[in-house]
Design a protein around this ligand. Structure first.
Ligand code: PRP
Length: 188
């Protein structure tokens, strides 16, 4: 980092740098392009956290893709999962007979993706896989693993590159650990 930006002071340390993300997304793009060679895929963005990873991954793919978006909330404004998954916006197209690749920012308990995979499987896609930028395997509460993982990370409160705290920090270009003083601060 060359210049201290507005949000950088709220970050304890950088966990995954912009350069590391760029290099890993390129690798994932190459791997996915090989795996699906000759096929068209539906790249499904799970809003909002996945939006940054989704757009970078899409541009790293040498494949024909259709972009689709779903909004699901599992956390609301709290730091812990409620176990409740709500669909706020469904995708527009039918995925029956299509190859679907879900792009997610993070797998934590795994409950969100587990629920979503069940729901989408019922629509009979040709295949259904998950690409997750970050994986916190130590937090898993169900039997699920991403098909493509960017980075395995420890159980720390991370923000940036799509991940938020109270809706903020999604536009940081790196993944950083939020300073506790920020989430212990009275809410504004
Ligand atoms: C985050 C993330 C996943 C989910 C992972 O979404 O994008 O969807 O939590 O947690 P889990 O593995 O414990 O289920 P969040 O509900 O924070 O919404 P957002 O993407 O809009 O920030």
């Amino acid at each position: 980092m060359t210049k201290q930006g507005l949000m950088d002071g709220d970050i304890d340390h950088i966990l995954v740098s912009e350069e590391q993300i760029r290099a890993r997304v390129k690798e994932l793009g190459e791997q996915i392009s090989r795996d699906y060679a000759g096929e068209e895929i539906v790249l499904l963005c799970i809003l909002k956290g996945a939006c940054v990873f989704f757009t970078d991954l899409a541009r790293a793919l040498d494949l024909h893709i259709k972009m689709e978006f779903m909004a699901i909330s599992s956390y609301g404004n709290s730091r812990e999962t409620s176990g409740v998954v709500r669909i706020n916006k469904d995708m527009d197209m039918s995925i029956t007979g299509r190859h679907v690749l879900i792009a997610e920012d993070i797998m934590d308990s795994g409950l969100t993706l587990s629920h979503l995979k069940k729901l989408l499987s019922a629509r009979n896609p040709a295949s259904l896989k998950v690409a997750c930028l970050l994986d916190k395997p130590s937090r898993r509460e169900c039997d699920i693993t991403p098909d493509y993982t960017g980075f395995e990370i420890p159980n720390e409160f991370v923000v940036g590159y799509g991940l938020d705290y109270m809706g903020r920090y999604r536009n940081l270009p790196y993944v950083g650990v939020l300073r506790p003083v920020v989430y212990n601060r009275p809410k504004d």
